[in-house]
Design a protein around this ligand. Structure first.
Ligand SMILES: C[S@@+](CC[C@H](N)C(=O)[O-])C[C@H]1O[C@@H](n2cnc3c(N)ncnc32)[C@H](O)[C@@H]1O
Length: 231
């Protein structure tokens, strides 16, 4: 898989792309990242990429023509790739989106900034607008990192135990009720007693059937409490 990222701040990606799972995925040859600096396509001495809003209003908007030039670079000679725009007004991002995107050969993620992006660029070139939540961030870099991280860990072979991604919150796994996405059950590790609190005895019983039943009950309980909308 290849992921191209169009951004005004390519440097902020380095520590994330070169740590942990994302670093290992690159080393294994399973993903290739390309950072495209939007500023390189800016105009004039100051490499301007934005302008004032038509119709009046505060802030600046990223220019469609500048974005289109950067996108041409991202699409390369084959002129292909699924174009995602990070946008507070986009479709709320879900684990099921990450699953779908993890099967695509080339993703191109455009990071917005300032007040956003000229609508004509969106209409002409963007396949999917993604919002990572109902709040407004300064730029699309953090949302792009969220998308990249959630997608890459789902590429088969990236995680050593693929089962890990099937048993997580929002993913269907063996004890889930069909068509419902549960949150994950609570997890424990050593020490067995922490500040007077013991690990639930069932987890030390060695009875895998009972443990699976307990985990399912706990997952339902947590989902009911914090995300009843999922049920
Ligand atoms: C300050 S925001 C622009 C907000 C825009 N004026 C609005 O009201 O929807 C600048 C950029 O940050 C990114 N951004 C902000 N919040 C986001 C969110 N919740 N999800 C995805 N991207 C977001 C987008 O790329 C956006 O173009």
């Amino acid at each position: 898989m290849k992921i191209s990222i169009i951004t005004l701040f390519p440097q902020v990606f380095d520590p994330i792309l070169n740590s942990s799972i994302l670093k290992r995925a690159q080393q294994k040859g399973m993903v290739k990242f390309e950072l495209i600096n939007l500023r390189d396509f800016g105009e004039g001495k100051h490499k301007v990429v934005d302008d004032r809003v038509y119709g009046g209003g505060a802030g600046m908007v990223l220019r469609a023509d500048i974005l289109a030039k950067a996108l041409k670079k991202g699409k390369g000679e084959r002129g292909k790739g699924k174009v995602i725009l990070t946008s507070a007004s986009g479709k709320p991002y879900k684990q099921s989106d990450a699953q779908r995107l993890s099967k695509i050969e080339h993703l191109i993620i455009v990071c917005g900034h300032y007040e956003g992006v000229d609508q004509r660029f969106i209409d002409e070139y963007v396949d999917l607008e993604i919002s990572i939540g109902d709040y407004v961030l300064t730029g699309g870099e953090i949302p792009a990192m969220v998308i990249v991280d959630s997608v890459v860990r789902l590429i088969p072979g990236v995680l050593e135990k693929e089962e890990a991604t099937q048993n997580e919150s929002f993913s269907n796994f063996k004890f889930q009720i069909p068509n419902y996405k549960l949150l994950e059950h609570p997890q424990y590790t050593r020490p067995e007693i922490f500040e007077g609190k013991k690990v639930p005895a069932i987890l030390l019983s060695g009875n895998h059937q009972k443990i699976a039943k307990w985990r399912k009950e706990q997952a339902i309980k947590k989902t009911k409490k914090v995300r009843p909308d999922l049920l």
